[in-house]
Write a protein that binds this ligand. Structure first.
Ligand SMILES: [Zn+2]
Length: 121
């Protein structure tokens, strides 16, 4: 079992990958792409560069929930995240425990200045 500090550290890596995907998403929009985009696997593994085909619609649906991330199958880490959706191309995980507030606070879609329920580091 990872301690809270380790969970937060892993999640920070994933938050950065989410930022990369937000760039991919916004670029695809500017080119008028409405079908499928290739996003990077948002897992905590070092140097994972797996690309996942995700429809824009599904991407948007997951991105509306700040604790959810796109991963390649089998890249989840038990105790840090829980698989909530499985497709042939990717899985969606939800952050749990100490990593959840990190994912929420760093949400690129949110303009909140503080985390709800007052979690602080
Ligand atoms: Zn991965």
């Amino acid at each position: 079992m990872l301690d809270d500090g380790e969970q937060r550290k892993l999640t920070l890596n994933q938050v950065l990958l989410r930022e990369v995907n937000e760039q991919i998403r916004s670029l695809s929009t500017s080119f008028g792409e409405t079908g499928t985009i290739s996003v990077v696997c948002e897992c905590a593994r070092d140097g994972c560069m797996v690309l996942l085909p995700v429809s824009v619609e599904d991407y948007e649906a997951v991105r509306h929930i700040p604790t959810r991330f796109f991963l390649a199958e089998g890249h989840e880490i038990a105790g840090v995240e829980t698989v909530v959706e499985e497709t042939p191309d990717y899985i969606v995980v939800e952050k749990t425990g100490a990593s959840a507030p990190v994912a929420i606070r760093m949400d690129p879609r949110s303009h909140h200045t503080e985390v709800p329920w007052g979690i602080d580091e």
